[in-house]
Write a protein of this length. Structure first.
Length: 314
């Protein structure tokens, strides 16, 4: 494996599993024809998107997930992808393959810092593990996947995905019903209509102010809506040119959080909070508290950041 270079979306950043509460595996698309033709269950090879990646992160807590970043125009991708699918199928559920079309899913491409494709990384318990870039021989793929399985075992991730029975289909678990407003928000997220999702979650909170799932979903969708039109390099340039401008710093912090760089996001805003006059700090504190809620109060990164914020306040 190559030297680790974390850059993927991490659990606690943009994790949409709480928004949909779906237990079923993602559905395979036409790009998985090679795997299905070999008798594999559709759940072994599937398409991952900006919208469903929270499910992929959750799955990586049970079984290692190999992520193939590709594009239709990429010749080497068309060489490598069938090799990845073949080896995944032969491993009979010990690994699964999530295919990411970088053109259709720019947030994931940005989160993984994909400078060139094909790019192959893995997720083990929500953490990124770089594997290789470029089309590599099948034997090298097998060796790297073997190392990945060893690493996953050290982390306690040793589950498998059912490969189906005689009919070649994996059993589909029942999906729990969502409350109507949550379902409306979920449908809006799938359609990329974040404004409608925000409205649905706000309505759910108006009905029940203690609906923690709606509150978490609202924060996550607002973050997605804020970052989807941002350009990372432009945002960083603007922040560097205006170090005391909250809006400029908020943009980069949002992108960092969406990309899984949680400590970077918190550190940026805490530095800004420390540098501003007392009468200009409140807006930064509010944004920090919002981001803390997205990651979770029990997360060690939140605990550290809260401690620093408290020391700056008092």
């Amino acid at each position: 494996m190559s030297d680790p270079r974390p850059g993927a979306v991490l659990r606690g950043a943009v994790d949409l599993s709480a928004l949909r509460q779906r237990a079923s595996a993602p559905v395979a698309s036409g790009s998985t024809a090679a795997a299905e033709g070999s008798g594999a269950a559709p759940s072994l090879v599937f398409d991952a998107t900006d919208a469903n990646f929270g499910q992929v992160l959750e799955l990586s807590k049970t079984v290692p997930v190999v992520v193939d970043l590709w594009a239709d125009w990429c010749g080497p991708c068309k060489t490598l992808s069938p090799v990845l699918e073949k080896v995944i199928v032969e491993l009979q559920g010990r690994l699964v393959l999530a295919k990411v079309d970088v053109d259709a899913n720019p947030q994931l491409a940005q989160g993984f810092r994909a400078q060139s494709i094909p790019m192959v990384v893995a997720l083990v318990a929500g953490q990124p593990v770089p594997l290789f870039t470029g089309a590599v021989p099948e034997q090298q793929v097998r060796e790297v996947f073997g190392q990945l399985l060893q690493l996953a075992a050290q982390q306690g991730v040793t589950g498998t995905v059912p490969t189906g029975g005689a009919d070649g289909e994996a059993p589909e678990p029942e999906e729990p019903a969502l409350p109507p407003l949550h379902q409306e928000a979920y449908d809006a997220i799938e359609a990329g209509d974040y404004a409608r999702a925000v409205t649905a979650y706000e309505a759910a909170l108006a009905e029940n102010p203690r609906d923690d799932e709606a509150r978490a979903g609202l924060g996550q969708v607002k973050l997605l809506d804020r970052v989807r039109h941002l350009d990372l390099q432009q945002a960083r340039d603007a922040a560097a040119a205006a170090p005391l401008d909250p809006e400029a710093q908020f943009a980069v912090a949002d992108l960092d959080l969406a990309g899984g760089h949680v400590d970077d996001a918190f550190g940026r805003l805490l530095d800004l909070f420390a540098a501003l006059p007392d009468d200009e700090r409140q807006v930064v504190r509010e944004r920090l508290l919002e981001l803390f809620g997205l990651v979770g109060d029990t997360d060690a990164r939140v605990i550290r950041a809260r401690g620093r914020l408290a020391s700056l306040l008092f």
